[in-house]
Design a binder for this molecule. Sequence first.
Ligand code: KIV
Length: 298
Amino acid sequence: MYGAPKSDVRLRKITAPELRARKGAGPKITMITAYDYTMARLVDAGGADMILVGDSLGMIVQGEPHTLGVTIDEICYHGRCVARGIERAHLVGDMPFMSYQLSPMQALESAGRLVKEGRYESVKLEGGGVVAEHVARIVAAGIPVVGHVGLTPQSVHAFGGFRVQGRGDEAEARILADAKALEEAGAFCIVLEAIPPDLAEAVTKAVSVPTIGIGAGPGCDGQVLVCTDMLGMGLAPAPKFTKRFAEFGQAAVAAFEDYVREVRSGSFPGPEHCYKPNHGAAPSEAPVAEAGSERPAS
Ligand code: KIV
């Protein structure tokens, strides 16, 4: 039939309602960041439930000291790159600093751009009670929202750095109240970043939607990590809450060193990397692959 999808890929995609329904039922939700097509394919193949194009791209991709300069256009560009690499995972886009704080209407307009221009299936924004109305407005328009409380990196200057949050009774009560406000506003899950594990457990018990921890201990309904941290791609030590599941950074430097050595010594490229010489070759050869030519199936 004309217009029928080429495959049932869309039917196999993980949805926001499915993720929401995992509260109390499991399995635990896994989320990993990605910022480009190649990494998205790997993360998706690894079976993560959610892929987040975080505004951490300001630090990971752009090399900035914080996330504050990231724009909606950049989040949309990276969203389109990542979306092409996903078959199954749910795609979440971060709403950048000052793309939603001004008003619920500004938040709705920005979230709409992320869905239309960035191919996102849900959006994430930082803050609790203060953005509850904004969350409700976006949800009412049919866009699923992920909340984010605790260490909210867009408030880095107010916090005086990237610091653990929720220490002390008052701070604890504020984070609990913020999470409840997000739940009531309609967020379908909530990221808890850099808070003590007992507080994360208390929040997880207090809300009816899944919590997804990063630096919040094992008591959450899921976990999220930044892809480059968990792959050991940074040359500096990773934050305490991260686990390096691989050492790609060291492996990459070693590979680049080998390449430099082999080019200089003349051992690369070898005969096996060369096409047939002009002299005596058949008029046509089989098509060749372009460098980096792995392409999406469609
Ligand atoms: O921007 C980001 O990558 C994030 C995660 C760390 C949750 O917000």
